[in-house]
Design a protein around this ligand. Structure first.
Ligand code: B12
Length: 212
């Protein structure tokens, strides 16, 4: 039996060791890696996302929980890599050109990984052509862009335009976020989606991919 509650308690405590040993025990008992991921880690991380959304916990707690979740992911990764024929949906995530803020982007990346996506981190100060190259190379279905400066927001439009010019419009969905970014701005620049925080980023991406 996979007890998501136990995982959740360990995540809220930020206990790397507990998450690791819970994951290892379940594997040893013969539970499937993808079940441990979805019924255990992801379900537990969902609880973290909900509490964050409701302002019951704050960024440091989410980062601590995400770090603990990573410890569980690290245990599962080699097993998942062996067994998965249908690999996880890939998402290229980066902070736009001229912008070095990455705390929010990293948080979004961790939540997406927690939800079972494979995140290709393009880093910070990412030029439009670099986003496209990374998406092509990895066969990504989504490009996620973060901007924290009003002066760099327009870089998002450059990437959207370039994605369309490269004939990837529709094939690669574009989702944008960051403190100055709004749903209205996302619509104006022709992005497919927007989310105001890391938890909603997961639901927005799932919605864009028709995953509910
Ligand atoms: C930390 C910080 C820095 C750090 C960044 C460290 C790092 N590794 O990221 C440092 C010190 C380097 C920095 C530098 C600068 N900063 Co600064 N910084 C901040 C600060 C205090 C916090 C940002 C942050 O991390 N917030 C926490 C995260 C979790 O929130 P978030 O990024 O908004 O992310 C959430 C959502 O927006 C969303 N999201 C984010 N990305 C994405 C992406 C997708 C796809 C989706 C769906 C969602 C999503 O989900 C996240 C999680 O919920 C803000 C002020 C503030 N309160 O916002 C100023 C702020 C952003 N900085 C500002 C400025 C001006 C600068 C500098 C120009 C300062 C200077 N004169 O040098 C430089 C610019 C450097 C550069 N070229 O980027 C201004 C921007 C003003 C503006 N309107 O443009 C702000 C608003 C401060 C202010 N009030 O003046 N900064």
């Amino acid at each position: 039996m996979i007890d998501a509650e136990k995982f959740a308690q360990a995540l809220f405590k930020g206990s790397v060791d507990e998450v690791k040993s819970l994951t290892q025990e379940l594997l040893q008992r013969g539970e499937k890696a993808d079940q441990i991921l979805n019924q255990g880690l992801v379900k537990a991380m969902d609880q973290v996302g909900v509490k964050f959304k409701n302002n019951e916990i704050y960024i440091p707690e989410v980062l601590i929980a995400a770090r603990a979740m990573h410890a569980g992911l690290a245990v599962l990764k080699p097993v998942l890599a062996k067994s998965s024929s249908s690999s996880a949906t890939k998402i290229v995530l980066g902070t736009v050109r001229g912008d070095l803020h990455d705390i929010g982007k990293n948080l979004v990346g961790m939540m997406l990984e927690g939800a079972g996506f494979e995140v290709v981190d393009a880093g910070i100060d990412v030029a439009p052509e670099k986003f496209i190259q990374a998406a092509k190379e990895n066969g990504a279905k989504v490009i996620g862009m973060s901007a924290l400066l009003t002066t760099t927001m327009m870089q998002m439009k450059s990437t959207v335009d370039m994605v369309k010019a490269a004939g990837l419009g529709g094939k690669v969905k574009i989702v944008v976020g960051g403190a100055p970014v709004t749903a209205e701005f996302a619509r104006q620049i022709g992005a497919d989606g927007f989310a105001p925080d890391a938890a909603s980023a997961v639901s927005q991406v799932k919605e864009l991919l028709g995953m509910g």
